[in-house]
Design a protein around this ligand. Structure first.
Ligand code: GLY
Length: 422
């Protein structure tokens, strides 16, 4: 079959890598793709936020299956457009993707189905939001309601910080995303990600992972889109996964269906674990990035069969064939990220890297210039490895990094630290 993947990051490179290995794949196109993706798939420069453009492209290229990677085309209704045109599509409708696109919507759903999460309130004006913060005190969490490229969540340790976040959000720092603000109680504990495929009725867990959001070793410095991840995340024990399914995920799926907006695609539940109990931090309507890279490394070619079963509404007929293994990915970023960084430096040493079922370099922000792989973003490469143990995966990934020659890049040296032997 002919498959189109929408997106251009490490997540989409990992999806393409897994899909490409499945014998069902005849032609693989990624739009817009990047320099790494171009090594295994055709890349197409189209406007992936415009449903009509994507549908026309699919018709012209006899595409049989569309996989939507990032949240922006989902929120823009691209999956609605492709499904309306009769194209088999993996990814939720815009109405269902509100689970990511609106923090207040997710909280409403949690309240409606009694899913455990932090107490919350919503505001469209600064004065009552400020009064609420003063009454509650710190620590407290201030969130822009809408999509803010991962930057719209402020975990304020002081009241002053929370009040400043209110000023920023209502002052327009996050544009329309900050027109409404959600304020939540701070949840202590350890955060982990849980990934579930759902066709709107059936649900199939496909793995756990833990991201490293801070830029510096020891979880220090500013937040980023994610500096590395590993899977599985041992903090999410089988018992906790079952509790999350029973109390959070399945009630959410049922509530979305009850409202006439069934959710189809991957549901990424960000969970906070404390005192042996999981509570929902947030939902995302897509695979995590870089969590997808470690999930795909572990799932391999079957990822396509699972996504097809999701899109065709037959998740009750499939199962995950688990290898008892571990995967770890280290993000190489351009120096300066998540602040200002330069683009255009040449990355050498990639040809020395092993690339096989145990080692992969997934490209995130790269472009080919004069035949050279060149940095073109903040997060640039995802050095990913698989092993029988997490230590083995960790050792392999960092051994790959030793082969890289890119003085303009940096990475964290402690990815996996929570789960590695001390
Ligand atoms: N790694 C965090 C995210 O994808 O939202």
């Amino acid at each position: 079959m002919n498959i189109l993947i929408l997106g251009s990051g490490g997540r989409e490179h990992a999806l393409a890598w897994a899909v490409k290995q499945n014998p069902k794949t005849d032609r693989l196109i990624v739009a817009p793709g990047n320099a790494g993706i171009a090594m295994l798939a055709e890349c197409a420069e189209i406007d992936i936020l415009d449903g009509a453009t994507v549908v026309t492209f699919c018709e012209e290229n006899a595409v049989d299956f569309v996989i939507v990677g990032p949240e922006a085309p989902l929120a823009a209704g691209v999956a609605d457009a492709t499904r309306a045109a009769g194209l088999l599509t993996f990814g939720p409708s815009a109405a269902a993707a509100r689970l990511e696109a609106s923090k207040a919507f997710t909280k409403e759903i949690c309240d409606a189905c009694a899913a455990p999460t932090a107490a919350w309130a919503r505001f469209t004006e600064a004065a009552p939001a400020r009064a609420y913060i003063r009454a509650k005190g710190a620590p407290i969490v201030v969130k822009a309601d809408g999509l803010a490229a991962g930057k719209g969540v402020i975990v304020a340790t002081t009241e002053a910080e929370a009040l400043a976040a209110i000023d920023d959000m209502f002052g327009g720092e996050f544009g329309a995303a900050g027109a409404e603000v959600v304020i939540e109680d701070f949840m202590a504990g350890e955060e982990a990600s849980f990934f579930i495929l759902t066709d709107g009725t059936n649900a199939l867990p496909i793995g756990t992972a833990q991201d490293h959001k801070r830029v510096g070793d020891g979880d220090t410095g500013p937040n980023t889109g994610g500096m590395g991840a590993y899977s599985p995340a041992p903090v999410l024990t089988d018992a906790l996964q079952q509790q999350a399914m029973d109390q959070i995920v399945l009630p959410t799926i049922a509530e979305m269906a009850r409202r006439g907006t069934p959710y189809q695609g991957v549901l990424y539940a960000g969970l906070m674990i404390q005192n042996g109990k999981a509570r929902l931090v947030e939902y995302n309507a897509r695979f995590g990035d870089p969590e997808c890279q470690v999930l795909m490394m572990r799932l391999g070619a079957q990822a396509l069969d699972l996504m097809l079963a999701t899109a065709e509404g037959r998740l009750d007929q499939v199962q995950v064939n688990w290898a008892d293994d571990h995967a770890l990915t280290v993000v190489m970023a351009a120096k300066g990220y998540p602040g200002a960084y330069a683009k255009g430096s040449v990355i050498n040493g990639l040809d020395r890297m092993p690339e096989d079922s145990r080692h992969m370099v997934f490209h995130a922000g790269t472009v080919l210039r004069d035949g050279l792989v060149t940095a073109n973003g903040g997060r640039v490469l995802n050095i990913t490895a698989r092993g029988a143990t997490l230590e083995e995966a960790h050792h392999r990934a960092y051994a790959m990094i030793d082969l890289l020659d890119w003085p303009e890049g940096f990475c964290r040296s402690d990815i996996g630290w929570r789960a590695l032997p001390k």
